[in-house]
Design a protein around this ligand. Structure first.
Ligand code: ATP
Length: 299
């Protein structure tokens, strides 16, 4: 029985992974889509952003008829500040991020941006204010310039170059055979993981949205790339409301607020110092488990 069960279990797991890959791809496409053709709620108005303060109020969510993966979540991501989501795999961190551009709607509760329920505003106005940098940046067929321009189709060449400079991508782009006109994607040049990430950050910068959703990479890049990506991210995060799924201690320590998730709930929240000092706290325990040698891997 066990032998028959194992492959079935593996298959089921693969299925979930495939579904998640589809969601991630959709997330990229739709955030970039400047004219989404979705039907709006009748009477939906455009989102008006001032501070870009995000508030989750009693948010619950389940994928289809499955068990709830978020169970009455309450938190605030302050405008212009960085909020880090941490916690074990499956805790619900990615799901929290997915609800902000409305790839899914909560089954209970609501999400507010500057006091407006995102369920009541047009999706195009909502997504216009959001940029997303994923763990595995997607490159479209086309040139490097096209790939950055996906962030904002009306961006000028000068704006694209400016974003690339800020993202520490300009120098490696210039070193390509055709510079900004070098084709990438399946039929183009191969870029390293760090270069792809910097292009994706340039794409987010050219979008110039006040909200940045970030899924921090777990896989290590080479040291030089890593340093460039970190500097690029610091630029992109400055002055924006950032919600980051954080895996690195350095990111977590810099965050203005840390939300520790566990099994679809918020177990703890606070700053690194306040959480690290908490007796018997989950964060404190994780922090102590942190091997000093692999200094920057948190979870
Ligand atoms: P990780 O760090 O592994 O990405 P996470 O904390 O981000 O984990 P989520 O990805 O939000 O957690 O997943 C929460 C739960 O929801 C998990 O049990 C996961 O299997 C499930 N889940 C996530 N996406 C889907 C989906 N598209 N369909 C069905 N279940 C999903």
């Amino acid at each position: 029985l066990l032998m028959a069960y194992e492959p079935a279990k593996r298959l089921a797991k693969l299925q979930v992974q495939m579904e998640r890959a589809v969601v991630n791809a959709r997330m990229i496409y739709e955030i970039l889509d400047m004219q989404p053709h979705q039907r709006e709620k009748p009477g939906a108005t455009d989102l008006v952003v001032s501070e870009a303060r995000i508030e989750f109020r009693g948010v619950s969510f389940a994928y289809g008829n499955n068990e709830a993966v978020l169970k009455g979540i309450d938190f605030v991501a302050e405008g212009g500040k960085t909020t880090a989501l941490v916690g074990p795999s499956g805790a619900g961190k990615s799901t929290v991020i997915t609800l902000i551009p409305r790839f899914y709607d909560p089954s209970a509760g609501g999400i507010l941006i500057d006091g407006q329920n995102i369920a009541d505003v047009t999706k195009s106005s909502l997504r216009k204010h959001i940029a997303y940098v994923s763990q595995q940046p997607y490159l479209f067929e086309g040139t490097i310039r096209d790939n950055i321009r996906y962030g904002r189709p009306e961006a000028t060449d000068a704006e694209i170059e400016e974003a690339a400079r800020l993202a520490y991508a300009h120098d490696f782009i210039k070193a390509q055979p055709l510079g900004y006109d070098t084709p990438v994607g399946e039929n183009g040049v191969t870029l390293s993981g760090g270069q792809r990430q910097r292009l994706s950050i340039a794409r987010a910068l050219v979008r110039n949205a006040p909200i940045l959703l970030l899924d921090e990479a777990t896989s290590a890049l080479d040291t030089e790339s890593e340093a460039a990506v970190q500097k690029a991210l610091d630029k992109a995060m400055t002055g924006r409301t950032v919600v980051v799924i954080a895996h690195r201690l350095s990111t977590i320590m810099k965050a203005n607020k840390i939300i520790v998730m566990q099994a679809g709930t918020i177990a703890e929240e606070g700053t690194h110092d306040s959480l690290a000092q908490r007796q018997d706290g989950i964060y404190a325990r994780l922090n102590q488990l942190q091997p000093k040698a692999a200094a920057d891997d948190f979870i």
